[in-house]
Design a protein around this ligand. Structure first.
Ligand code: 3PG
Length: 306
């Protein structure tokens, strides 16, 4: 089988070497397309591939239709909102992710962004400490769990909201469950967003929830930019001059927001939550192993389009 690793934002060379080794030892051929500039380039590259490994690369209906031999797409990472699942399912293509494999890198970034913001983006103005403060985690999946443990070790109290996990389950991680987003935002000094992008989470956080935060509130978003309603964010930052927002993915109107709100807002220039060599290796190798296993045994354990 022919396996293509297509990454606009490349994995480290070491990770690519390891992925190639796993694929070739599994008896398959391996090709790489990195830093491509257009969908047309991806469309050209997939025309004879049987398996595709991607990161946040857009796997659209056009890409799937251009790959008649495609059997499997593995998103080397957690979120699969970049893949047209309906088109894949209609074409009989299995889609998988590699849950948890890059979670630690994202969790470390969330803690870093929180500290960066309460220290005024490392400018000399007097900041605050995170010890003794309460962190709210919105979405208690692989990343949320790790953030909770790190925050607790740093002396924070941790509360969590997750509509699909029971209170008892959340308590078993040493966090205090809260039954509504309103409570999470009104009871926590800082909130970390860790939900997937779904129709139910798109635009979920805006001025109404942000306005409930205690004085000095900080929202840290290492999920997807679309979960935050940008107009609502703008309104909240304008109405509450104590609120701050840090995000791994810049809002569409970031330049304007930065001009208006200065050091109260921060966005990375490129999404970098999962951009560590460890996460590249963990997610990349997992994707390669899942493909080899799928062709050898039919294993679809991590399939997301059943
Ligand atoms: C994920 O969903 O796994 C993260 O957002 C990482 O995305 P990336 O691999 O494109 O950096």
């Amino acid at each position: 089988m022919k396996v293509l690793l297509a990454t606009q934002k490349p994995f480290s060379a070491q990770a690519v070497e390891g992925i190639a080794k796993i694929i070739r030892e599994g008896g398959h051929s391996f090709e790489v397309l990195e830093k491509y500039a257009s969908e047309a380039e991806l469309i050209e590259a997939v025309k004879d591939v049987n398996a595709l490994i991607v990161r946040s690369d857009l796997v659209t209906e056009a890409v799937i239709k251009a790959a008649p031999e495609l059997k499997i797409v593995v998103r080397a990472g957690a979120g699969f909102d970049n893949i047209d699942l309906q088109a894949a399912t209609s074409a009989g293509v299995v889609v998988m992710n590699t849950p948890g494999q890059n979670a630690n890198a994202v969790a470390e970034l969330a803690i870093a962004l929180m500290i960066f913001m309460v220290r005024n983006q490392f400018t000399p103005a007097t900041g605050t400490e995170i010890a003794g403060k309460t962190l709210g985690i919105q979405g208690f999946g692989n990343v949320g769990c790790l953030i909770a443990a790190k925050a607790a070790a740093l002396g924070m109290k941790v509360k969590a909201y997750d509509p699909v996990r029971s209170a008892e389950d959340l308590r078993s991680y040493g966090v205090e469950p809260v039954e509504s987003l309103e409570r999470l935002y009104s009871e926590c000094n800082y909130v970390s967003l860790n939900v997937p992008l779904l129709p139910s989470t798109e635009g979920l956080v805006g001025d109404r929830l942000l306005g409930l935060m205690p004085k000095g509130g900080v929202l840290v978003n290492t999920a997807r930019k679309e979960v935050v309603n940008e107009q609502g964010l703008k309104k909240a930052l304008a109405e509450r001059t104590d609120l701050k927002y840090a995000t791994d993915v810049a809002p569409d109107n970031y330049a304007q927001l930065r001009e208006e709100f200065g050091l109260r807002i921060y966005a990375n220039s490129k999404k970098m939550g999962a951009q560590t060599s460890e996460a590249n290796i963990n997610a990349g190798y997992a994707a390669a192993r899942q493909i080899v296993d799928f062709f050898a045994t039919g294993n679809t354990k991590f399939q997301v389009n059943r």
